[in-house]
Design a protein around this ligand. Structure first.
Ligand code: BG6
Length: 486
């Protein structure tokens, strides 16, 4: 990869979890790869009163476990040379002076403002950057989710940021779009002729999108109480994955061509009536159990969580897309914390052969499947029926590994690496446009409203399981089963 021209990146929330776990390690990897020029600067800003040296020490100690074997002291030193630290209260205009002076040294550079703070501060930061004249034509802002907790609050945040940045300068990050298998799915669909003719209701029986985590709320009980699985994962990550699966071929890979198609999918999602919420959604909350062989507490016993909490840590929905291509094809989405496995995958189940000619039903009952896996490994597998060696015509499912790992030896970029590079380069294709985000909120709101109005509580599931029983029932009503149950 080519070295990028010098740029400045301001990391608000520079001492926070995201900066330490994802952003600084991603930037480090790019120093190692030679992509970040020696003159580029990372200006970390946070409330803590730290000297530059103290910040660098903290950053090295905190990031190191996330760098694994790629850590080496020389590269770290070279990375650290690019980092500066600004202790500041982002809400007070007075503290933008020093930052402004530093940015003013290079007025013509690309400036990336990364908001990795609570969204409560987005309006104030944008207003102060605007008032102090720090937003140049070549500036961009990267905003992290959660952008609001419903349609209205997301509009407020988008308005506040949009008062100072044009839409073409706003990079709403959804790190699932930065994952290599997700982009490979785009390549598979739109770089080949093989799948597109089959990619429709005539040949696809159902689609399953699962993001299961073994982790719990990891000390974020407070945040999670206000969020829940639907807002934290489904409204953004899972719906974006659904868009990539279901979108029509865009006319080009230009940001708006791609995002227009994703928007059409979101706007074609069948709205939920209150009755649909009862029959087509399942919410759960984990109780004490064991993940792997480790005993873990229930959600309601986590610090910061109310003992009678109604927050869902699991959600499954049956989504339907009202278009000629997808009418009648269920898209099952599910995500949960403290599940049996760490697993993120998209399963496309194709229909059965119309007329089996080989032997008993057992041999032909497993139809073709394409599985795009993001976790625990990154792979793409196509399941086909093949003849088992021997003198009988016995069919057996085999899989073609379309992983390309054999073909491409390059190191794969972490999602945040890819997305940070795109933000620096100004490439918006893998970022979410405002109308997409609002369409996603618009679709999930009736679920949130019905849940809030209902007396029912999330169904308890044992930590380390696949979620509440209702999750399997959601599919079995259509005569289907989740991939791992099949
Ligand atoms: C984040 C959620 O957006 O995604 C977290 O806020 C979740 O709750 C995380 O753990 C999962 O990301 P990944 O890439 O580890 O699957």
């Amino acid at each position: 990869m080519k070295t990028l021209p010098d740029f400045d990146m301001v990391l608000f929330g520079g001492t926070g979890d995201l900066a330490m776990r994802k952003l600084l390690p991603a930037l480090y990897q790019q120093v190692k790869a030679g992509t970040l020029s020696a003159g580029s600067r990372i200006l970390a800003a946070a409330r803590k009163q730290l000297s530059r040296e103290a910040f660098l020490e903290l950053a090295e100690a905190t990031c190191r476990p996330f760098l694994g074997e790629s850590y080496d002291p020389d590269t770290w030193r070279s990375f650290a040379d690019r980092i500066h630290y600004f202790p500041m209260d982002v809400q007070s205009g007075a503290s933008y002076g020093a930052l402004g002076e530093r940015l003013g040294q290079h007025p013509d550079r690309v400036r990336v403002f990364y908001y990795s703070t609570s969204p409560d501060f987005f309006a104030a930061i944008s207003a102060h950057l605007g008032a102090t004249g720090l937003i140049t034509a070549d500036s961009r802002v990267v905003v992290e989710k959660p952008l609001g907790h419903d349609l209205e609050s997301s509009r407020e945040i988008n308005d506040a940021v949009g008062r100072h940045f044009a839409e073409r300068q706003i990079f709403r990050i959804d790190h699932y779009l930065g994952k290599e298998p997700v982009q490979n799915l785009l390549a598979l669909r739109f770089g080949n002729v093989l799948f597109e003719p089959l990619w429709r209701r005539e040949w696809v029986q159902d689609v399953q999108i699962t993001v299961a985590e073994q982790l719990g709320v990891e000390g974020r009980g407070d945040f999670y109480e206000r969020t829940g699985a639907l807002r934290d994962m489904l409204q953004n990550h899972l719906l974006q994955l659904l868009c990539i699966v279901a979108m029509e071929p865009p006319t080009s890979s230009d940001p708006d061509a791609v995002r227009d198609e994703k928007l059409k999918v979101l706007r074609s999602l069948k709205p939920f009536t209150p009755q649909d919420v009862v029959t087509k959604t399942v919410r759960g909350q984990y109780k004490a159990g064991a993940v792997g062989s480790r005993p873990v507490a229930g959600y309601a016993q986590e610090p910061g969580v109310a003992a009678d909490s109604r927050t869902e840590t699991f959600v499954a929905v049956k989504a339907e897309i009202d278009t000629w291509r997808w009418a009648g094809v269920p898209f099952f989405l599910r995500t949960g914390k403290r599940m049996s496995d760490k697993l993120a995958e998209i399963v496309i189940n194709f229909r059965q052969v119309p007329h089996p000619i080989f032997g008993g039903a057992d041999h032909t009952s497993r139809a073709n499947r394409l599985i795009i896996r993001m976790q625990p490994d990154e792979s793409m597998r196509l399941y086909l029926m093949a003849k088992q060696p021997g003198d009988a015509m016995t069919l057996h499912p085999v899989n073609l590994n379309l992983d390309f790992e054999e073909s491409f030896r390059e190191r794969r970029l972490e999602a945040y690496e890819r997305l940070l590079l795109d933000a620096i380069r100004g490439k918006l294709t893998l970022f979410v446009r405002r109308d997409e985000q609002e369409a996603a909120w618009h679709w999930v709101e009736p679920i949130l409203d019905s849940w809030a109005a209902s007396e029912d509580r999330p169904k308890l599931y044992t930590a380390g399981s696949w979620g509440p029983a209702g999750s399997s029932a959601l599919l079995s009503r259509d005569g289907l089963a989740w991939n791992e149950e099949d």
